[in-house]
Design a protein around this ligand. Sequence first.
Ligand SMILES: Nc1ncnc2c1ncn2[C@@H]1O[C@H](COP(=O)(O)OP(=O)(O)O)[C@@H](O)[C@H]1O
Ligand SMILES: [Mg+2]
Length: 335
Amino acid sequence: MRGREPDSAIEARGVRKKYPSAAPEERSALDGFDLTVARGSVHGLLGPNGAGKTTAVRIMATLLDLDAGEARVAGYDVAREGRQVRRRIGLVGQYAAVDEELSGLQNLVMFGRLSRLSPRAARHRAEELLEQFGLAETGPKRISAYSGGMRRRLDLAAGLVVAPQILFVDEPTTGLDPAGRRDVWDAIRILVDGGTTVLLTTQYLEEADRFADRISMLAHGRVVADGTPAELKARVGSDWLEVLPRAEADIPRITKAVRRWASGDIRTVNGRVRVPVLDRTTSLLGAAAALQDAGIALDDLTVRTPTLDEVFIQLTGAAATDDTTPADDTQKVPA
Ligand SMILES: Nc1ncnc2c1ncn2[C@@H]1O[C@H](COP(=O)(O)OP(=O)(O)O)[C@@H](O)[C@H]1O
Ligand SMILES: [Mg+2]
């Protein structure tokens, strides 16, 4: 086997794909898609429904041919060296092929056998994975009795019977409750700690924010922004204090009291005073004290950080997700 040690686990340049069934005037599913994923990293591919995430994953996993451009996975060209690519990747998400009638254990053993492990090795690996994914007790039960979170963890385990160098995970947490989502993330962590490179797609921006080293934002088949979560958020601007006065008439006094912490223009949005700040903690504590000294009654005082949703909206004019749960990234001081 030829050994190659590429700097990037995944490289895509100018990839285009239009489905044959698409109407001529319809846009391409991928329209000049570029991506670089560093080895050993978790890379998030974010975008709304229809942005092209699954198409990109399927092309990189050699399940779908590209029309133009180039993609290399683990250093191998997906179009010309598909076999080499397939040997090094795992794929979980919308394709998992677990058998509902079998138990979790039986499914994993079957996957091991399909990957040419001996019966003993397959059994050993299956038990190891069930243990790792917190499914040791559930293992002997039929899949049809599993909860959504357990099911998804088993899907992940099935993709890892032979630990891949690069794992594609397509919307692993869509439709799961918060506990199920946490379980899936714990499972992905185990892989990453073992050195696997993970490319994951998600519509939940706050998840990508927490777990991805870098993020590519996809809209209409093209990456519109790329960077660490912090870099992307810095594009929208700095953190800000948000002051909600009990009485709107106090807004001019508030503006005056907090001016010394402002790093830019103070604005009022929906009755809330927004003060851009450089240091979250110092400005929050200082402003709280100053407002109290001035005897101004508040309903709320918060430090806010730009969210990835705001980045996406600013770049594309559209929301990346219809998930309305606010990101849990605010620090509050009781007013
Ligand atoms: N099998 C297919 N045939 C025709 N069009 C498709 C097919 N799969 C996806 N598309 C279209 O390609 C675009 C990208 O879809 P997809 O890659 O599934 O996006 P995402 O995973 O981001 O939701 C969408 O406009 C979708 O309707
Ligand atoms: Mg998809």
